[in-house]
Write a protein that binds this ligand. Sequence first.
Ligand code: AMP
Ligand code: MN
Ligand code: MN
Length: 331
Amino acid sequence: MIMEKMNLLEECRDAGNILISGHIRPDGDCIGSCLAMYLYLKKALPEASVKVCLEKPAEVFRCIKGFDEIDSTYAVEGDVDVFIALDCEKSRLGEAEEIFANARKCINIDHHVSNERGCGDVNHVDHSLSSTAELVYDLFDRQYMDAEIAKAVYIGIVHDTGIFRYSNTSPRTLRVAAELIEYGFEFPALIDETFYEKTYAQNQLLGRALLESIIFMHGKCIVSAIDKKTLDFYNATPEDLEGIISQLRITKGVECAIFMYETGSLEYKVSLRSCRYVDVSRVAVFFGGGGHVRAAGCTINGTFHDVVNNISKQIELQMDEYEQRNKEAAR
Ligand code: AMP
Ligand code: MN
Ligand code: MN
């Protein structure tokens, strides 16, 4: 998508109150890009009052400067002149959606294919970039960059690319990462601490999810679920389940992986991943969610079997289309 690059500082120039927020259940990209934006604007616009509101982020992200200044109470004083919504469109802002609705100006910066044009007065949406962090960095005037901002951007990128493993990693992403590490922060430790390291309970949950996974559609799909009882037993939060879907996805022969956990009575949060040809964003959008071509999510009501059956139908449709295309191409 070609879009004229916005001038971020111009857009915020006369703003007294700037509020930054991202999606519910914030991930590394969301937290990294919100804090990068926060650190950058505080430095570039010292007169403005800048604030970040997000649901309580995972403790592992404490290594990012500004972590303690994140407000999870969403208490906003006075009018918001500029609201910056990162890594989502307005329906996933959670408690911040109301603040967004009342702000004088809204800026939306995102990379989800399901967010077609953006939901702000000013939009910077690019589906081709790995992460919102990569997008945000593109808007930063280099004179204000420093090691702490670079680190926040880097965390966003490494989390959304699964440490540069997913197909959203481009030569451009790697060039940006190279520029970032030149600022001189300890990147190997960051990757271990925020991505690979797991608590005992997290490993137990991963183990259970793998053990109880089921393959179907001749091994092309894999599904696993964790119920409320198990989550309660481990006193687990959604962030304790990060990484399960990635492990399911790399099962040999699998094209599409489904992981879900029970969020309420007959309600599941579903994560979808694919390897080569299934567009999981299309599947997620069908169920009212969204995401990217190879990684998407949604919330679906029903029993485990209802959810699997309904999703499978959508995946199967795409697999049939794919086989049909292949047959035609071979003719
Ligand atoms: P998840 O499996 O929840 O980590 O989501 C994978 C990708 O899809 C992430 O980029 C999410 O931001 C996005 N995503 C997940 N759920 C939704 C949703 N309900 N609406 C839009 N995007 C979503
Ligand atoms: Mn995200
Ligand atoms: Mn993202």
